[in-house]
Design a protein around this ligand. Structure first.
Ligand SMILES: C[S@@+](CC[C@H](N)C(=O)[O-])C[C@H]1O[C@@H](n2cnc3c(N)ncnc32)[C@H](O)[C@@H]1O
Length: 369
């Protein structure tokens, strides 16, 4: 996994230097491997607190991304199916007359294809993949980000390099005429300007990933995004809705243990990325709990025996007694009205809210004021 905070990377789909989409991530002064430096910083910020925490971005090495893809197909994991239902029903409304689509935390872009079918005018655009003038197909071609003349531009942004480039390659082949410019980077540390014409951008943030932020992180994220966008640009946010704790917990603790493996894989990512001693997945078990007070599911890695973990490069150790846990993810569940009010406070107006028929998941489309 590359593309941590500190890397400004717009790449062709093969990973070679690609088109300049405009969007980059903030730089740091560290000369270390960027992943190592970013994880060390995250550990310093969270691992020695009470409780110890590690941000969910560290789930997503190649294996973690594949496991998440498996999770989306589990019987218990309703969010992906519910959000896909909304996207299918509302694709034309969501895409509107956007000339540029930027997807944050794009992953496989599986659900996004419903929107890309409309956006890329599939079936009417003509041409073949070989004729497509996509920077992802030809990373040396460069990109004119003034898209009105050059055709629709899709910019998937993700921290998971292999998954992102794989998605970009597939989309380039599937959508003739669509320019695909993948950007490896941390979606919480983007620097603008976003590619595309002011007022013509659609920013997608799907999958309920907005729920992975604390209230303070969500505030920072919405403010950052507002700063990167212009009046008339639109933002589509997928968010999970409050429902029975039994269904919520099952969605994050499936019978086949895929989510448990996804959670435990983070320990392997940490052990591989930073120097450490005493960190071993066999000493932990996965746990998903509903925190009603905070309206969120929490994923924990709970120590099953006393463990002492040492990080030589940080010069710090942490002892966890049996039963103590590391919090690896929060997944906030929203009331639509409260989320819309919060968005309005950040200058996102004109909300349209849709849910799936079962009322499990929501999508809000707002306009930048
Ligand atoms: C919950 S998955 C959602 C994937 C997809 N959007 C969907 O709806 O199925 C979160 C995605 O965001 C990416 N991601 C997580 N943290 C990130 C970060 N800080 N910066 C960029 N991408 C991140 C992951 O690699 C993953 O692809």
């Amino acid at each position: 996994m590359t593309g941590a905070r500190g890397v400004a990377t717009n790449r062709g789909a093969d990973g070679s230097p690609g088109a300049t989409g405009g969007v980059t991530t903030a730089t740091t002064t560290s000369t270390a491997d960027p992943d190592t430096a970013a994880l060390e910083s995250d550990l310093r910020d969270g691992f020695f607190g009470d409780p110890p925490t590690v941000p969910p971005r560290w789930f997503y090495d190649e294996k973690g991304s594949l496991l998440f893809d498996q999770i989306t197909r589990l019987a218990e994991y309703y969010p992906t199916r519910a959000e896909a239902e909304i996207l299918r029903a509302r694709a034309a409304d969501i895409v509107g007359d956007a000339d540029t689509m930027v997807e944050l935390g794009a992953g496989t872009c599986e659900k996004t294809r419903v929107l890309l079918d409309v956006f890329a005018g599939r079936g009417s655009a003509g041409g073949s993949p070989a004729e497509a003038a996509s920077p992802a197909a030809d990373p040396h071609a460069g990109a004119d980000t003034h898209t009105a003349a050059a055709g629709p531009l899709f910019v998937p942004v993700d921290i998971s390099t292999e998954m992102l480039f794989g998605s970009a390659r597939a989309l380039t082949a599937e959508y003739p005429g669509l320019r695909v410019v993948p950007v490896v980077g941390d979606l919480t540390a983007l620097e603008g300007p976003l590619p595309g014409e002011p007022g013509g951008r659609l920013v997608l943030f799907l999958g309920g990933t907005i729920g992975n932020f604390t209230d303070a992180q969500r505030t920072d994220f919405l403010a950052m995004l507002r700063g990167l966008t212009d009046p008339g640009d639109r933002v589509a946010l997928g968010f999970d809705l409050v429902k029975s704790p039994e269904r919520l917990v099952a969605a994050y603790d499936d019978a086949d243990g895929v989510t448990a493996e996804f959670n435990l894989n983070m320990l392997d990512v940490i052990a591989r990325t930073v120097e450490c001693a005493g960190l071993d997945r066999v000493d932990f078990r996965h746990e998903a709990v509903w925190n009603a007070g905070e309206s969120r599911i929490e994923m924990w890695l709970r120590a099953i025996r006393d463990v002492r973990i040492h990080f030589p490069t940080l010069g710090r150790s942490r002892t966890l007694s049996a039963g103590e846990g590391i919090r690896t993810e929060i997944a906030r569940k929203f009331e639509p009205d409260a989320l819309v009010a919060e968005l309005a406070g950040h200058g996102y107006v004109g909300p349209t809210v849709w849910t799936d028929d079962a009322g499990d998941f929501g999508l809000v489309l707002v306009v930048v004021d």
